[in-house]
Design a protein around this ligand. Structure first.
Ligand code: NAD
Length: 497
């Protein structure tokens, strides 16, 4: 279990045992202040060599009119300390508030989210006694780009962005992690049978980079059946690397099936910057009741101590925590009459850990962090740029008449630099030519104009095309350029095309 830590960056690797490290701390919202108090009390009692700088982020900041939930002073503190211990925060529902968690991860370049999910059988009730899975979630991209638009009365879109360098970083991180911590296998989950280009590149890069790690097993699962297998037989998994959204969902599932979502901590790692947090949210339903399990944040703090070079203290806290769990001192979320000895609140749980500092578990394996933290030098590969050739454009229109033949009759005769109407789709499904009357259509249409045979056209030609469509009193709501990359189409076909 000594690999339940994340990886120190270079500047921390040489930190001397006696060095006091400055960290930024945010108490957060909901159960945040309670679990942070519990965690800080344990850190202080354990002799962690820390100087803390407190910042205010989250609900209060949002409601003061700052839609990002974090002010300039807080950013300055983070830039100064470069280590952030963060309690969960509440993102107010509705208009304009961006998730601060996502913003912090992206602005600070924290590309790897490392989430160990471990069973503590027989001391914490779980259907999965043999479970020790590390989920490595891509942290900056995917649907979390947060680029959403309402384009027509009926249709809203969210852009899914997957980049080659972003994917290379996370996939390589997963393999380096597996190699450094003696893990036997890395599994990749994607949905590339449907999203052939976005999830497709993630899978492809996984296969490419995996070849550089011959000693490590590799496999790929389509995320739906992979998730089902994870929930049923987690013991067959080891390290799992995933795009952002799948990683978010499945790390909650994985933590919950170990016994409680309250048990898992996580590390968000970037180049020379790291943020540590529980994987759960601010749990407003139990806030202020002294009921929350502080374990997720405590284990995140353990990851942080390893990262900053205080492996001795990390080990002390983690072993005391394991002993507490083993002694049956449990918060309500994991309390089970058959195995638990005492049901405690958040602060009493922290007290129980403090009392056990210096003790080791007797049945669960004790952790040892004395090999220290590992740092990886992760850089995306240099790839020669492709030859890009513009050959057409998908012109998206808002059109209220729900008949593709009517729309086609308004566009069919247009020819700009050889670009002509090839197909019309509605929500991705081809409805012209030769559509089915059964296909339901909204007011949001994609009209593909392409030069056949496929040959280069200019950007000006696409602008002229839009102008022609506009002159016919049709409402263009967006365009996507169609490229050939190294001679191959760099766009998907319509469903049914
Ligand atoms: P949640 O994780 O806060 O709660 C889900 C369920 O798990 C609730 O029943 C809750 O009581 C329980 N739970 C969570 N943590 C627990 C703990 N430590 N001990 C015992 N029980 C625990 O998820 P949610 O209700 O969907 O979200 C609430 C708020 O948290 C939202 O505003 C959301 O945006 C925010 N959130 C923040 C973060 C973060 O700060 N990293 C992450 C996820 C959600």
């Amino acid at each position: 279990m000594n690999d339940q830590v994340t990886l120190s960056q270079k500047q921390h690797a040489d930190t001397k045992i006696s060095t006091v490290t400055k960290i930024t701390v945010a108490h957060g919202d909901g159960i945040g202040p309670e679990i942070m108090d519990a965690t800080l009390r344990i850190l202080h009692a354990s002799g962690a060599r820390l100087e803390t700088e407190e910042i205010e982020i989250g609900e209060k900041v949002y409601l003061s009119g700052n839609t990002s939930g974090i002010g300039n002073q807080a950013w300055a503190s983070l830039r100064n300390t470069r280590v952030f211990l963060k309690a969960p925060i509440t993102t107010p529902q509705g208009g304009g508030y961006k998730s601060l968690n996502v913003t912090a991860r992206k602005v600070l370049g924290l590309y790897a989210n490392v989430r160990p999910c471990v069973s503590y059988h027989p001391f914490v009730h779980t259907k999965h006694p043999v479970m020790d899975v590390v989920i490595i979630r891509e942290n900056e991209e995917d649907l979390y780009a947060g680029i959403e638009h309402q384009q027509t009365d009926e249709v809203v879109q969210c852009l899914k962005l997957i980049s080659r360098p972003g994917t290379e970083k996370i996939v390589r991180y997963a393999f380096e992690y597996a190699r450094a911590y003696g893990r036997r296998k890395v599994t990749c989950f994607t949905k590339d049978n449907i999203m052939k280009m976005t999830d497709g590149i993630f899978h492809k890069i996984f296969d490419e980079i995996g070849k550089e790690y011959p000693e490590i097993g590799k496999e790929h699962w389509i995320v739906d059946i992979g998730a089902a297998k994870l929930a049923e037989t987690p013991e067959v998994f080891d390290v799992i690397v995933m795009p952002n959204l799948y990683g978010d969902i499945l790390s909650d599932v994985a933590a919950q099936i170990t016994g409680s979502v309250g048990l898992a901590g996580s590390a968000n790692i970037g180049a020379g910057f790291a943020m540590f947090e529980a994987i759960h949210g601010s749990a407003p339903d139990i806030a202020g009741m002294n009921k929350a399990n502080p374990s997720g944040l405590i284990l995140a703090a353990v990851q942080m101590l390893v990262y900053i070079g205080q492996a001795d203290v990390a080990e002390k806290i983690h072993n005391a925590w394991l002993r507490t769990i083993e002694d049956g001192v449990h918060t309500g979320d994991v309390y089970n009459e058959a195995v638990s000895m005492e049901r405690v609140g958040t602060q009493e749980f922290a007290n129980a850990v403090i009392v056990r500092l210096g003790l080791k578990p007797q049945q669960l394996p004790a952790v040892s962090y004395m090999n220290g933290s590992k740092s990886f030098d992760i850089k995306p590969r240099d790839i020669a740029p492709a030859v890009r050739e513009l050959v057409g454009a998908d012109i998206f229109l808002c059109f209220k008449e729900k008949d593709p033949e009517v729309l086609a009759s308004l566009l069919k005769d247009i020819n700009v630099s050889g670009m002509q109407l090839q197909m019309i789709t509605n929500r991705g499904t081809k409805v012209w030519p030769n559509g089915f009357p059964e296909t339901y259509c909204t007011d949001h249409w994609r009209c593909r104009f392409i030069r056949t045979p496929q040959q280069g056209v200019s950007n000006q030609a696409v602008i002229d095309l839009m102008q022609k469509i506009h002159n016919r009193r049709l409402e263009v709501i967006k365009t996507e350029h169609l490229y050939l990359m190294d001679g191959k189409p760099a766009f998907s076909a319509g469903q049914g095309q």
